[in-house]
Design a protein around this ligand. Structure first.
Ligand SMILES: [Zn+2]
Length: 115
């Protein structure tokens, strides 16, 4: 049986880059059972090249090392951006999902990164 062409949903949830305001973004879904093995969910911006994480997966060990907790701040050193940790969700024996909200207006410059 041939696959039917399913029309695209009329309303797509657009994701606007919080760092530069462009809506030219590409969303990467967390690969629960799909072809990807992405454990994080994020979107990339074609305009500024930054990655915006929506949620990231951490192991119990990473949780202890990173001191993730709701209300805290997570810094993405690679993209020099920061996020509020809005929620921490235990999803398995050894896995946690960290829900993130970008902290805009505070994009770090290379001179202010204090790693
Ligand atoms: Zn951008």
């Amino acid at each position: 049986m041939a696959a039917m062409q399913v029309p695209q949903p009329p309303i797509q949830h657009e994701r606007r880059c919080p760092w530069c305001g462009s809506d030219d973004t590409r969303h990467v879904q967390r690969g629960y059972t799909g072809p990807t093995d992405e454990v994080d969910q994020y979107f990339t911006c074609n305009a500024c090249g930054r990655v915006t994480y929506e949620l990231i997966a951490k192991t119990a060990r990473e949780m202890r090392l990173g001191r993730f907790q709701a209300g805290g701040v997570w810094k993405d050193a690679t993209n020099q951006t920061r996020y509020h940790v809005s929620r921490v969700l235990k999803v398995g024996i050894n896995e946690y999902l960290i829900y993130l909200k970008p902290i805009t207006g505070s994009v770090l410059t290379s001179s202010t990164v204090d790693d």
